[in-house]
Design a protein around this ligand. Structure first.
Ligand code: 5GP
Length: 128
């Protein structure tokens, strides 16, 4: 079982920002930038390009909705998108509010306190 399935099942906490029947979005625990969010299908699939077309397109539509909510709440030039999956083999779309290219590199990290994560998650949930 992946760590993200444990989050989906409520066994591990997360800062949730959006959810529907098929997908969940929560903040990355080690963010490249403030508001760095992961959009995850509830079905545990390892590799994004193994998803069937309709499921993949719904994930992208969900990610777009989350990105639009992030845009409203997090000051940034735009929302960068990345799919990696080398650390967690459960499909996830990284949405990263960026103003500089270095924020798309996974060596660039920022720290948020528990209170900051919670307050930002609340704002994004309201904007979703
Ligand atoms: P990737 O698999 O795309 O290379 O990276 C996985 C991402 O998931 C990383 O950015 C990492 O910080 C994040 N991550 C790993 N474990 C957890 C976790 O338990 N909770 C949350 N919210 N994010 C996690």
């Amino acid at each position: 079982m992946s760590i993200f399935t444990k989050i989906i099942n409520g066994e591990i906490p997360c800062y949730k920002v959006a959810e529907d029947d098929e997908f969940i979005a929560f903040f990355d625990i080690n963010p490249n930038a403030k508001g760095h969010t992961l959009c995850v299908p509830k079905q545990e699939i390892s590799y994004i390009f193994d998803m069937d077309d309709d499921h993949y397109l719904r994930l992208m539509a969900f990610s777009k909705r989350v990105a639009k909510a992030l845009e409203k709440v997090v000051p940034c030039e735009r929302i960068g998108v990345a799919v990696v999956g080398l650390e967690v083999p459960h499909v996830h779309v990284h949405l990263i509010p960026i103003s500089e290219m270095k924020e798309m590199t996974f060596q660039h990290k920022v720290k948020l306190t528990d209170e900051e994560f919670k307050a930002l998650a609340q704002k994004v949930r309201e904007a979703f």
